[in-house]
Design a protein around this ligand. Structure first.
Ligand code: ZN
Length: 216
């Protein structure tokens, strides 16, 4: 099983990928993570990528393809791949088809975690966590029982992520739409795109993803 998981930041891709990895013997292949790992391990591709980045250039499609190729070669044939943040262009989509074919794999599903932009803004801009134990809260939807005191540990220190603001969320949405626009039609034409309601609860999204994976 090989899938592409799409969704803007905040849609829950990380949580759901971790679920899929645990339940379905799959591995998330994030190009950013792979790149950092290859550079650190000083593999031939990693060294090449490092040189490119040190010149201030963007890593080419060839390098990304080589990274994915290496990763799939190192993975067991029975382990499924979850592509995250890739492909982003029609050329990369074509390259991915070739790489998968080379490894005897095919792309089974492209799953998009669909979000409502305003609801996403509401979800992200209100969230904060206990600075001591990490328990999550929300200004409008999940306040501690006693104002200003963490339910779990009693701490009075809380923190917010600086990029959890409306402008950042809306910019990221726009960037996401621009990045998926070139590739969604390619996969829609093949009939392998499924939309899942990313605004549902974590468990409901997990169930919906399981249903998509069980549908072949
Ligand atoms: Zn706490």
């Amino acid at each position: 099983m090989n899938i592409i998981l799409l969704g803007p930041p905040g849609a829950g891709k990380g949580t759901q990928s971790a679920n899929l990895e645990a339940k379905h013997n799959m591995r998330q292949l994030s190009t950013g993570d792979m790149l950092r790992a290859a550079v650190k391990a000083q593999t031939p591709v990693g060294l090449e990528a490092k040189a490119v980045m040190e010149r201030g250039d963007l890593v080419s499609d060839e390098i990304v393809s080589a990274l994915i190729n290496d990763e799939l070669a190192a993975m067991g044939d029975d382990v499924g791949a979850i592509f995250d943040g890739y492909p982003r262009t029609a050329a990369q989509a074509a390259a991915l088809d070739e790489i998968l074919a080379k490894h005897g794999r095919t792309l089974n599903h492209v799953i998009e975690l669909e979000v409502d932009e305003d609801a996403l803004v509401d979800r992200i801009t209100g969230r904060y966590t206990c600075a001591n134990c990490g328990t999550g809260y929300h200004d409008r939807h999940a306040q501690p029982e006693v104002e200003g005191i963490c339910d779990k540990c009693g701490s009075t220190e809380f923190k917010r992520r600086p990029d959890d603001n409306e402008e950042t969320v809306r910019n990221r949405m726009q960037e996401y739409r621009a990045k998926t626009a070139p590739i969604l039609p390619i996969y829609a034409e093949r009939g392998i795109v499924t939309g899942v309601d990313g605004m549902a609860s974590i468990d409901e999204v997990t169930e919906a993803l399981d249903a998509v994976l069980a549908s072949d």
